[in-house]
Write a protein that binds this ligand. Structure first.
Ligand SMILES: [Zn+2]
Ligand SMILES: [Zn+2]
Length: 170
């Protein structure tokens, strides 16, 4: 097996541990993937603005090279990320409906036990923001309800459709 020695960490590794230098796949980079990642992270921290513009350019090139494939891959990536985050939040809250014990994550929704304030409801329109609140919460303000129990609670509390809409995306 072909091996290369990394100029970053001086380790000798299999060639596939080194990124290709360009699209033509003839030359490998001089730093291993691990060192490239560390470099990227440091760069991002040091100069976030330049990092962003660099990432934008890189994405543009990828899109130009294969628009359809890129979109599909991106959609898939976002779906997976959403799903993982959602599952983490659900596990964090006990993994099942606190009223009836229903435990299929696809129909579980995050519920603010006391309805939450207006500002919080606004914030929570984006699932990401809500999930961050839930994961950071130390006072047990949130619980899991299945879609059925959630609707029933809304009627019981006369909340109608006022309570925040944490739509159950899959
Ligand atoms: Zn290295
Ligand atoms: Zn339930």
């Amino acid at each position: 097996m072909e091996t290369l020695t990394c100029v970053g960490c001086s380790a000798t590794k299999p060639a596939d541990q080194f990124h290709w230098r360009d699209g033509s796949k003839t030359k490998r980079r001089t730093k291993c993937k691990e060192c490239s990642r560390a470099y990227g992270r440091a760069y991002k921290k040091k100069d976030p603005e330049r990092w962003k513009s660099y990432e934008r350019d890189r994405r543009k090139k990828q899109v130009a090279a294969d628009p359809v494939g890129f979109r599909a891959a991106h959609a898939e990536y976002m779906r997976n990320r959403m799903r993982q985050k959602r599952q983490r939040v659900i596990a964090h809250l006990g993994g099942k409906c606190c009223r009836c014990g229903f435990d299929d994550w696809r129909a579980l929704q995050v519920d603010h036990i006391n309805g939450g304030g207006v500002a919080e409801r606004k914030l929570a329109r984006s699932s990401d923001a809500l999930w961050r609140l839930v994961l950071a919460d130390k006072d047990g303000k949130y619980q899991l309800l299945c879609a059925n129990c959630n609707w029933i609670k809304r009627y019981e509390n006369g909340e109608g459709c006022l309570i925040y809409d944490e739509e159950g995306e899959t």
